[in-house]
Design a protein around this ligand. Structure first.
Ligand code: PRX
Length: 651
C-alpha cells in the first residue's frame, strides 16, 4: 500500500492492496471481483446456492428464493440448525480443539473456550431453557454484559428454535420493558452486573425495575458475573450456575425451517417506537457466513476481534454468527477502551496477537484525541486487516487508522450495512478493491445497490440520491415484528419492490458509493442509531416540558451530538438544575447514549403553517450557521430570530 499521505488531494488518495496481501486472498484482483459480481447479479440463485451449500443443512432446500415483493423466502424447504452450524460442525474437523472465544474481562481476567467447550456450554444452557419451558418460537430477552455467556445464550436459543432479543446493556429499564411488551417475551437472561470503566452496571436491578409491571415474565436466569449483592425473587429468578448443574451436557440440534425466526433486534426509526427487526435462519446465516469469509478473508490462524457489543447488529452478525460459522477464533472484551488507560485496545492486540480488528469511526476519533503515544507503546505488527462500521469514516480518521494502527500495511474494509440488511452490503474486498478514504466502495456479491432520484431513475455519477437495493438478498429483514404495514411502508413504499435504505449517497465515476447520511429523522450518535422522535417523547414525558424538538449537530468524536429544543409548561423556568434533570430523564427513559448534549429553551418552536416542526431550521441554528433556504411556510419568523439569539444552556 502507498504510504504517501501528504502529496495528494483527499479525494484522490487511492490505496491498493499490497501484492502480498492479494496473493493470499480469496478474491485477489478487481477482474476476479467484477467477474463474480456480474455473475452474482445475473444469476443470484446460483451464487447464493453455492454459498449456502458450504453450510450444514439437515434437509436441502427445494428452491433458492421465493420472492413476492416485499416478502422473501430463502432456501425454501431447507432445514437447518444455526447453532449446529456455528458450533457442532467444527467438532468434526481439525477445529474441534481450536479456540472459539478468547475473552477478556475489564478487570483483566481471561478465559478461552474451544469449540468443544463452547458446544458443551451451549448444550447445557439450551437444556436449562428447555427445563424452564422455553419452546420453539418463544421470545427470550437477553440483557447481558460482554461475556462469553452472552454468545452462549444466543446460540442456546438458536439451538432450540427460540427467538432471542438482545437488549444492549447500556439501555435503561424502560427500554427493556418496551421491548418485553412488544415482543411478549416470557424469559429474561441477564447477569448480576457487568464492568464498565471500573464501575459495576447493575443489570439485574434494571431488569427487576422493568419487570415490576410485566407479570408475563415467569423466569429470569441470572449469571453471576460481578458477585455484588443481588435480589433474587423466589420462584422467578434462578442462578445460571445452579441451573446448568442440573442438566445434561448434550442437546440435539433439531432441524428448523430455513425461514424459522432466529432473532428480533430493535432499532430506531422515524417514529417514537423502535422497530423489532425480524431475521430468520438459513438466509441470515448464509449472508453473515459468506460476508465474513470474503470481507475479512478469515483464515484458520486469524485472531479476529470485533469491538462491538452483542447488543447491536454488528455484535450479532460479526462477533457471533458470521465468524463462528466460519470456525474462526474471536476475541471478546467486556469493558471500555480507556480502562484502566487509553491503550487498552492496543494492549489487547499486542498480548493476544490480534490479526483482524473491526471497530467504529467514533472509537477511532476518540483514540486520535487521546494521543498517539498510547498507540506507540505497543507492537501492533500482528494486525493484517482493519475494518470500520457504523457511520461514514472521515478521511482524517481513515488516514490515522491506516497509518497509526495499520502501520501503512493493512487494508481497511469500510463496511456499509444496517440492522435491517443483516450483513455487509457495500465494502471493499481486502485483496482486490482499491480503497479511497471515506468510501465504502463497491457492492458485495449479489447486492444490487443503486442510487435513485425522486422519480426512481438512477442518478448520474457524483449526483446525490437515495440509496436502494433492487434485488432481495438472503440476510435481509423479513418483517417488523407485529407491524407488517410499517415494514411495507418504511422500506418498500417509496419505490415498488425496491428496498429503501434510508441513506443519502452518491457514486463517483469509478462506481464507489459515498454514504452521506440518513435521510429520515434518525441520528447517528457514536455509530448508533437514535430516532429524534424517541428522544422527543422521552423529553415530553417530563412534567416540566410542553414540547420538544431534537436534532443532530456535527460532533468531532460522536459524529452527531444530540441537541434538544424545549418549550416549558406555564409556570416552569429554565435552570441548570432542570437541564441536568432533563438529561437524566432521557438517560433513564432510553439509555445514556440518548442523553442530549445541549438543551436549549425556547418560548416557541419554529413550525410550518400546518404545525410541523421545521427541523431544518433548528439544525442550522444549532450548527451555528445562518438560516438559509425557504422560510415562506414558516408560521412565525420571530420564533427563529429568538432561537438564534438565545444562548445555549450547558451544564
Ligand atoms: O446511516 C448508515 C450508517 O448506519 C446506519 C445503520 O445503522 P444500524 O442499523 O445501527 O447498523 C449499524 C451497523 C451496521 C446506516 O443506515 N452506516 C453504517 N455503516 C456505515 C454507515 N454509513 C456510512 N458508512 C458505513 N460504513
Amino acid at each position: 500500500m502507498s504510504n504517501d499521505f501528504t502529496s495528494v488531494l483527499v479525494e484522490n488518495r487511492v490505496f491498493k492492496p499490497s501484492p502480498e496481501f492479494s496473493k493470499k486472498a480469496r478474491i485477489s484482483s478487481m477482474a476476479q471481483y467484477k467477474k463474480l459480481y456480474a455473475e452474482s447479479i445475473k444469476t443470484p440463485d446460483k451464487f447464493w446456492a453455492r454459498e449456502a451449500s458450504e453450510l450444514t443443512w439437515q434437509t436441502k432446500w427445494k428452491k433458492v428464493l421465493d420472492w413476492k415483493a416485499p416478502f422473501a423466502k430463502w432456501f425454501v424447504g431447507g432445514k437447518i440448525n444455526v447453532s449446529e452450524n456455528c458450533v457442532d460442525r467444527h467438532l468434526l474437523t481439525h477445529r474441534k480443539n481450536k479456540a472459539a472465544i478468547i475473552w477478556e474481562g475489564e478487570p483483566g481476567e481471561q478465559r478461552t473456550l474451544t469449540y468443544q467447550q463452547l458446544h458443551t456450554e451451549v448444550c447445557r444452557f439450551a437444556n436449562v431453557l428447555k427445563a424452564h419451558g422455553v419452546k420453539s418460537k418463544d421470545r427470550v430477552l437477553i440483557y447481558m454484559p460482554m461475556v462469553p455467556e452472552a454468545a452462549i445464550a444466543m446460540l442456546a436459543c438458536a439451538r432450540i428454535g427460540a427467538v432471542h432479543n438482545v437488549v444492549f446493556g447500556g439501555f435503561s429499564s424502560t427500554s427493556i420493558k418496551d421491548r418485553l411488551d412488544d415482543s411478549q417475551a416470557k424469559v429474561v437472561i441477564t447477569a448480576d452486573g457487568g464492568y464498565r470503566r471500573g464501575s459495576v452496571v447493575p443489570l439485574k436491578k434494571n431488569v427487576d425495575e422493568a419487570l415490576k409491571d410485566t407479570p408475563d415474565v415467569k423466569c429470569v436466569l441470572v449469571l453471576k458475573r460481578t458477585g455484588q449483592e443481588t435480589e433474587m425473587k423466589e420462584g422467578r429468578d434462578f442462578w445460571w450456575g445452579d441451573e446448568v448443574k442440573k442438566v445434561k451436557t448434550t442437546c440435539p440440534a433439531k432441524a428448523f425451517d430455513s425461514e424459522h425466526p432466529l432473532f428480533l433486534l430493535y432499532t430506531s426509526g422515524s417514529t417514537g417506537k423502535p422497530k423489532g427487526i425480524l431475521h430468520t435462519s438459513g438466509g441470515y446465516l448464509t449472508g453473515t457466513y459468506c460476508t465474513s469469509k470474503y470481507v475479512f478473508d478469515l483464515r484458520d490462524d486469524d485472531i479476529y476481534w470485533c469491538t462491538a457489543d452483542v447488543g447491536w447488529i454488528t455484535g450479532h452478525s460479526y462477533i457471533v454468527y458470521g465468524p463462528l460459522a466460519n470456525g474462526a477464533t474471536i476475541v471478546m472484551y467486556e469493558g471500555a477502551p480507556n480502562f484502566p488507560e487509553p491503550d487498552r485496545f492496543w494492549d489487547i492486540i499486542e498480548r493476544l496477537k490480534v490479526t483482524i480488528l473491526y471497530t467504529a469511526p467514533t472509537a477511532i476519533r476518540a483514540f486520535i484525541k487521546w494521543g498517539d503515544e498510547w498507540v506507540k507503546k505497543h507492537d501492533l505488527s500482528s494486525l493484517r486487516l482493519l475494518g470500520s462500521v457504523g457511520e461514514p469514516i472521515n478521511p482524517e480518521a481513515w488516514m490515522w487508522y491506516h497509518k497509526m494502527i495499520g502501520g501503512g500495511r493493512c487494508p481497511i474494509v469500510d463496511t456499509f450495512w444496517q440492522t435491517e440488511t443483516g450483513a455487509i452490503m457495500i465494502s471493499p474486498l481486502p485483496g482486490a478493491t482499491p480503497c479511497k478514504p471515506g468510501t465504502a466502495t463497491l457492492p458485495f456479491f449479489g447486492i444490487d445497490a443503486a442510487i435513485l432520484d425522486e422519480d426512481g431513475k438512477e442518478v448520474k455519477a457524483n449526483e446525490g440520491g437515495k440509496l436502494v437495493v433492487r434485488k432481495p438478498w438472503p440476510s435481509m429483514l423479513r418483517n417488523i415484528y407485529g407491524d407488517t404495514e410499517r415494514y411495507k411502508s418504511a422500506y418498500w413504499g417509496t419505490y415498488k419492490g425496491i428496498y429503501l435504505a434510508g441513506d443519502g449517497a452518491r457514486r463517483d465515476k469509478d462506481g464507489n458509493f459515498w454514504i452521506v447520511g440518513r435521510l429520515d429523522d434518525v441520528l447517528n450518535v457514536s455509530g448508533h442509531r437514535l430516532g429524534t422522535a424517541e428522544v422527543e417523547s422521552a423529553l415530553v414525558s417530563h412534567p416540566a416540558v410542553a414540547e420538544a424538538a431534537v436534532v443532530g449537530r456535527p460532533d468531532e468524536i460522536k459524529g452527531q451530538a444530540v441537541v434538544a429544543f424545549v418549550t416549558l409548561k406555564e409556570g416552569q423556568t429554565a435552570s441548570p438544575e432542570l437541564t441536568k434533570a432533563l438529561k437524566n430523564h432521557v438517560g433513564s427513559a432510553i439509555g445514556a447514549i440518548a442523553k442530549p448534549d445541549d438543551i436549549r429553551y425556547a418560548a416557541a418552536l419554529p413550525k410550518t403553517r400546518s404545525g410541523k416542526i421545521m427541523r431544518r431550521l433548528l439544525k442550522e441554528i444549532c450548527s451555528g450557521g445562518k438560516i438559509k433556504g425557504d422560510t415562506t411556510t414558516l408560521e412565525d419568523l420571530n420564533v427563529v430570530a429568538a432561537l438564534s439569539a438565545g444562548t445555549k444552556d450547558d451544564d
